[in-house]
Design a protein around this ligand. Structure first.
Ligand code: NAP
Length: 248
């Protein structure tokens, strides 16, 4: 059963990892997919071709989600190319991990801008078309770290906690217009972002997870398909943990 047939989705940061997994699942479920990338230009261009093989419309845009004006221009370009936007997935994100004692202002600002300001930028830009059509689903990629905190990630945890407050506020503001806003809080998902970590730490994490494994981009993508689809028509303002039971 195709859950997203004919829907038009915009996914930020789909050149790698979770975003790439979401783009494939969306295409598999019949959505037309607009997506962004920033530094991985070749991977982004390649993805456009790979997605088109599903028989849907796919287009990649090089756009910095942290840049307010660029986000506005991106949404205008997607509307010109696709007609409208039914689903926004704010997935783009970065880490600049270090203890607070060593954290520079730049490391703080980069993470807050790429992870949190980006969500404001894109949500504000899609608000108009979604209000016009009186429907929409906005899905923001938070993290379990945003719920419980994590030593060495105060910038990242703050950005992900901020996303949750923003998600709930938007759900309250736009619910009467049939625009839903939910967050996903992935636990430990094995991607390039986590590939940079010490393997001993990674083993320790796997072992401490009730389901005894790290998550995959597909695990997160499946939850994203659900929140994007009409199967979740009565769900808004929620945080869905996709963490193998890590946060219970
Ligand atoms: P990843 O493999 O590092 O991929 C990050 C993606 O975001 C890339 O496609 C990157 O594009 C894009 N991106 C970064 N900054 C951007 C910007 N300013 N504008 C546009 N695109 C940008 O990360 P991931 O593990 O898939 O994580 C995806 C999301 O899930 C992030 O928000 C992350 O915080 C969240 N998350 C991940 C985990 C995990 O365990 N992996 C857990 C909880 C939450 P380019 O390569 O083209 O620059």
């Amino acid at each position: 059963m195709k859950l997203l047939e004919g829907k038009i989705a915009l996914i930020t940061g789909a050149s790698r990892g979770i975003g790439r997994g979401i783009a494939f699942k969306f295409a598999e479920h019949g959505a037309n997919v607009a997506f962004t990338y920033l530094s991985s230009v070749e991977k982004g261009q390649e993805l456009e071709k790979e997605l088109a093989a599903f028989g849907i419309k796919a287009k990649g845009y090089r756009s910095d989600a942290a840049d307010f004006k660029a986000a506005e221009e991106l949404v205008n370009a997607v509307i010109a190319d696709f007609g409208t936007i039914d689903v926004l997935v704010n997935n783009a994100g970065i880490t600049r991990d270090t203890l607070l004692m060593r954290m520079s202002e730049q490391q703080w600002d980069e993470v807050i801008n790429a992870n949190l300001k980006s969500v404001f930028n894109l949500t504000k830009a899609v608000q108009k078309p979604m209000l016009k059509q009186r429907k929409g689903s906005i899905i923001n990629m938070s993290s379990v770290v945003g719920v419980k905190g994590n030593a060495g990630q105060s910038n990242y945890a703050a950005s992900k906690a901020g996303i949750i407050g923003f998600t709930k506020s938007v759900a309250l503001e736009l619910g009467s217009r049939n625009i839903r806003s939910n967050a996903i809080a992935p636990g430990f998902i094995e991607t390039e972002m986590t590939g940079a970590l010490d393997q001993k730490v990674v083993e320790g994490w796997r072992d401490s997870i009730p389901l005894k494994r790290g998550g995959t981009p597909d695990d997160v993508a499946n939850a994203t398909v659900f929140l994007a689809s009409d199967m979740s028509a009565y769900i808004t303002g929620q945080v869905m943990n996709v963490c193998g039971g890590m946060l219970t």
